[in-house]
Ligand binder design. Structure first.
Ligand code: SAH
Length: 261
């Protein structure tokens, strides 16, 4: 007898699991199995160290279709360019200046975005070192599984299983109402690449108007990223802000040229 169709399929197809720099190919196979058991299908591999590999095939068991259709890219930015919500899973709590969510709240947000038709990425780091700071900065929020604080690092595929399970519960409607603090965190209203374009122009403008005055730009940019990611800018707002930046850049050019004259 055929199994009934999976009711969660349509929204689930808006969700991708992204594995960054995975070292052990067996973990890629296990992760593929973990997400397929929860009705997810999309796996993206950012610069895996060894793939394809027999260990990945062996651990995937019946999820070889997920492995075969896995997308392979060079950078996390490429993997999430079209995403409206990017959630980075971290083994260490409060390591980054990002809002931190529990898996259930993260799943509720991912569910809301996926049902609205937005693309969602759940991002997992390397076995040894997790996600680096630049990668975490591409994320709208961090997700931490509240594990034993003395031993909080799950196996990569086990972490994928926990998040995929929570997402499945949310997709099946077992998650109940969206928790208030998850609802209060707006998902980006524009694809990630648009926001990155804005941040790049913002960084250039701050240089052009000599905002940093010799200080390293990283800290101010981190705070500004958090501010704008939190507000969930839409396309019109980004156009407006970029228009202001363009004028500021133009004025800086004029001032520089006048100084030279
Ligand atoms: N030593 C690494 C651990 C990496 S474990 C570090 O400290 O960052 C590999 C990946 O599994 C992590 O990058 C994260 O994406 C996921 N992971 C492991 N434990 C987790 C936890 N408790 N909460 C959320 N994600 C976790």
């Amino acid at each position: 007898m055929n199994a009934p169709p999976d009711i969660a399929t349509e929204a689930a197809d808006h969700v991708r699991i992204v594995l960054v720099g995975t070292q052990h190919p067996g973990n890629i196979g296990s992760a593929a199995r973990a997400l397929k058991t929860m009705g997810l299908r999309r796996l993206v591999l950012v610069a895996p160290q060894k793939f394809p590999h027999a260990d990945a095939d062996a651990m995937a068991a019946g999820a070889d279709d997920v492995l075969a259709s896995a997308l392979r890219v060079d950078t996390l930015a490429e993997a999430v360019a079209d995403c409206r919500l990017v959630l980075g899973c971290t083994a260490r709590s409060r390591r980054v200046q990002l809002r931190e969510l529990r898996p259930r709240d993260a799943a509720a947000m991912a569910h809301a975005e996926a049902v609205a038709g937005g693309e969602v990425a759940l991002v997992f780091g390397r076995e040894r070192t997790g996600l680096d700071n630049a990668e975490l900065q591409l994320c709208h929020a961090a997700v931490h599984i509240p594990a034993n604080p003395d031993y909080s690092s799950l196996n990569l595929a086990a972490a994928v299983q926990v998040l995929s399970y929570e997402l499945r519960l949310a997709l099946l409607g077992a998650g109940g109402e969206m928790p208030v603090h998850a609802a209060a965190l707006p998902a980006g209203a524009v694809p990630h690449a648009a926001l990155e374009g804005f941040f790049a122009q913002l960084a250039d403008t701050l240089e052009a108007i000599d905002f940093h005055k010799g200080r390293a730009p990283a800290s101010a940019m981190r705070k500004l990223r958090r501010l704008f990611v939190r507000t969930g800018l839409d396309e019109k707002e980004i156009r407006l802000l970029r228009g202001i930046l363009a004028d500021a850049q133009r004025m800086a050019r004029l001032a520089r040229d006048a100084g030279r004259a």
